[in-house]
Every structure is written in structure tokens, then in C-alpha cells.
Design a protein around this ligand. Structure first.
Ligand code: RNT
Ligand code: ZN
Length: 417
């Protein structure tokens, strides 16, 4: 697309937005400060690099077998860098523990330490990419149905040790990058069928968390993620939303909102203003559920847009960490990164461009129809011209121009795998 055309469209947009009290230059600055934490696991269908890797378990599933999956650390790094080159702004990378640089060695989850992530730390520095981290409870012989809530002391201690070590690794990453590493804790613990030990499992999970979080780790931040159910664990989830919301509020932990983890008619966006009254910060796993937690690629749909609007309206931009969490194995995976990341940014662009002060005043003045009219009008203000300008200023392709770059990469690299 011609830069001249984009520039002209932006100038018009700038004027239109100025009329409703929005400074687009300010919004462009805010977008530059909006860092996504890109999940490493879209590149390889959540397999990771453990030598002893088994198949994906823990209630999550990838579907599809599009060619070109990243099969090793070099391929994954190359794919992430390709995707990042097509997404404006600077972004973080969110690693799972199973993505360590194990160099062909069998390293069990209770033996892992920061040395296996040194090459990631170096890679992050070289590529201006800060790292976030996750402990990994799934795809392991000891995963079973219960990990941190397992009544078997040996198994429970194994996962406690794993998670403690992950916090050490996250802290080392945070120190090395001079910025706290955000570590997410999600365990799949649950029951496939009827169970009468709910209180026991939740008590054990609480005790495990208390022990895990005992050690102060100044350069990492803990977040905890609940969900409704997992595949094969349909009847009961130990780490439900009530459980983690209560735990986070009481213990000042970051709560993770994964947009795929709620009942189909429940609004993740509506959680923002509720829980931010009680928890210090939020981590997002922006995903897209279709009928279930299917982890489809993020798009600009109403739930995602509302989520970002709620954050902006709550003036909570600096209290939220913006992670992505989807894994579609049925399409080009680099393309999936770019589409999802840009969609999240476009939602944020629209949210930042909302003349909230103006609409809020109408609402507070009880001007019902005027309020509705303003909200409707905002939907068609020229927000896309602002995002296009953002792309130009970051020297990345505008509009559909990134598609041919993904296609070329597929032709030269991923299709040959
Ligand atoms: C699973 C959770 C979790 C995982 C990743 C791989 O339902 O959403 O965040 O998707 O950690
Ligand atoms: Zn998630």
C-alpha cells in the first residue's frame, strides 16, 4: 500500500478524533508502550524440547496438522523472529518450562534450573525481547489428573519442587533483563467424573501454593490461572475461578484471565473492573473459544474488544500484562502469530481511541439516547487509519501486505521441514 495514501488517511483520522477530544499522536505513543507477551507454543503445537517428551496431556489439545511445525529450538526462534518482524512495536516472549535448551539431555521437571534457559536469556538480549515464564504441569508421566493437589505426597512434592524451580528461573530471567519476568502458574488438576474429595484437593492446592510462594523473588511476579474444565477432566477443576480469585485477592497475586476459560455466555471483560478492586494486577491470556476452550487464533471480536475497552476505561493500562494463548495447528503457524497479535493490537487501538470522557459525561448526566448514539458512532470512526500509521512508523507491512511475507517464509523455510 502506498505510504502517501496511508499518511493522508491518518491526517483525516487525526482531525476526526480531535473533534471528539482524542489526540491520535498520544494514542500512537501508548501503542508503542503496549507490549504483548507472545506465547512460544503456537510455533510447535505445545510440544516443547524435552528429550523425553510424550504426547500433549493435561486437558488441552491442538487440532490440525498443517506442515511446518517448529521441531527444535532454532526453528522456533526463527519463526518467532519472523512473526515479530511483521508485528509493529516491541514484544515479549512467554516461555513454558518444557521449552528449555536441554541440549539432548534428559532433565526431569524437578531438576531444571536457570542454566537451561541461559541461551534464551542471551537470545532475548540479542533480539530486544523480554521473557516471561510458565511452569509446565502437563505432558509428563507424573501429570495424571492431579499435580499440586495430589493426595500422594511424592507426586505433590515433585510438582512443588518443579514450580519452585520455575520461580527461580523466572527470577533469573527478570534479573538478567532488568525487568520482572511474569510467571504464570496453571495446573490442569481436575476430575473426569464424579468425585467427593473437592475440599481435600483444594486444601492441598492451597497448601502447595503457600509453600511455593514462600520464597521472596524480587525480579519475578507470580500469576495464577483458573479455568472451567479441561478435556478429559470435565466434571471438576481444582483451580477454579473462585479458588484463584480468592487466593489472588488474599495473597496479593496477579490473576490471569484467559478469555477461553469461561462459560460461553460469561464475559471475561466484565471481570476486569471487579477483580482489579482486589488484586494488584492482571495477566491476560487472550485467546478465542469456539464452543469450548478451543484456543483459536485471536481476532477482533466483540469479547476481545470489550476486554481492552474495559482496561482502558478502568485506567488500568499499567496494571495489566498482555499475554496471548492460542494454538491452532491447522493453519500456517507464523501467520497465526501475526494475525492474532495484530488483532490484539487493533482492539487496543480502538479502545485507546474511544472518547471515554465524553461518553462517560453523557452517561453521568443521564442522557440515555445521546450516550447510545455516541457509542454507536465511535464504532465507525477511522481507527484503522491510526493502526496503519502505527505500522508505517514501525516499518512493518500495512494491511494485507504481511501475507505475502508469511507465504514467502513458508515457501523458503517452513514447507521444507
Ligand atoms: C490451559 C491454559 C494454559 C495453557 C498454556 C499452554 O487451558 O490456558 O495457559 O494454554 O499454559
Ligand atoms: Zn491460558
Amino acid at each position: 500500500m502506498k505510504e502517501e495514501t496511508i499518511r493522508k488517511a491518518y491526517e483525516v483520522a487525526r482531525e476526526r478524533y480531535a473533534e471528539v477530544g482524542i489526540d491520535t499522536e498520544q494514542v500512537l505513543k501508548q501503542l508503542q508502550d503496549f507490549h504483548l507477551s507472545m506465547h512460544c507454543w503456537q510455533a510447535d503445537d505445545v510440544v516443547g524440547f524435552e528429550v523425553q517428551a510424550g504426547s500433549l496431556s493435561g486437558g488441552i489439545q491442538t487440532t490440525g496438522n498443517y506442515p511446518g511445525r517448529a521441531r527444535n529450538i532454532d526453528e522456533l526462534r526463527a519463526d518467532i523472529l519472523k512473526a515479530k518482524s511483521l508485528i509493529p512495536g516491541t514484544h515479549r516472549l512467554n516461555l513454558h518450562e518444557i521449552y528449555g535448551d536441554f541440549q539432548g539431555k534428559v532433565v526431569d521437571r524437578d531438576e531444571v534450573d536457570a542454566s537451561y534457559f541461559q541461551s534464551w536469556i542471551d537470545w532475548g538480549k540479542e533480539n530486544d525481547t523480554k521473557l516471561d515464564f510458565n511452569s509446565s504441569s502437563f505432558s509428563h508421566p507424573k501429570s495424571g489428573n492431579l499435580t499440586l493437589s495430589n493426595p500422594d505426597d511424592g507426586i505433590r512434592q515433585f510438582w512443588i519442587e518443579h514450580t519452585k524451580r520455575c520461580r527461580d528461573i523466572a527470577n533469573a530471567m527478570g534479573e538478567a533483563q532488568g525487568d520482572p519476568c511474569i510467571m504464570n502458574l496453571w495446573v490442569h488438576d481436575g476430575c473426569k467424573d464424579q468425585s467427593v474429595n473437592h475440599y481435600l484437593y483444594r486444601r492441598l492446592l492451597k497448601e502447595s501454593l503457600d509453600e511455593i510462594f514462600e520464597k521472596p523473588q524480587p525480579m519475578m511476579k507470580d500469576c495464577i490461572e483458573g479455568k472451567v474444565f479441561g478435556i478429559g477432566l470435565e466434571s471438576f477443576t481444582v483451580g477454579s475461578h473462585d479458588f484463584y480469585t480468592a487466593y489472588a485477592a488474599k495473597n496479593n497475586k496477579i490473576l490471569t484471565i484467559d478469555t477461553g476459560h469461561y462459560h460461553p455466555t460469561e464475559s471475561p471483560a466484565d471481570k476486569v473492573s471487579a477483580v482489579l478492586q482486589f488484586v494488584p494486577e492482571l495477566m491476560l491470556h487472550v485467546s478465542r473459544p469456539i464452543r469450548w476452550d478451543s484456543d483459536h487464533v485471536t481476532i477482533m471480536d466483540d469479547p476481545t474488544l470489550e476486554l481492552f475497552q474495559e482496561i482502558v476505561r478502568a485506567q488500568a493500562l499499567d496494571r495489566v500484562h498482555y499475554g496471548l494463548d492460542y494454538f491452532d495447528a491447522s493453519i500456517n503457524r507464523v501467520g497465526a502469530y501475526v494475525v492474532g497479535s495484530r488483532a490484539a493490537q487493533r482492539c487496543m487501538t480502538r479502545a485507546l481511541l474511544e472518547p471515554t470522557a465524553l461518553i462517560s459525561q453523557l452517561e453521568l448526566d443521564g442522557k440515555g439516547f445521546q450516550n447510545l448514539a455516541a457509542i454507536e458512532e465511535c464504532k465507525s470512526l477511522p481507527w484503522a487509519a491510526v493502526y496503519d500509521e502505527f505500522c508505517v512508523r514501525n516499518s512493518v507491512p500495512v494491511g494485507l501486505d504481511f501475507v505475502k511475507e508469511v507465504e514467502q517464509y513458508e515457501c523458503e523455510v517452513t514447507s521444507k521441514r
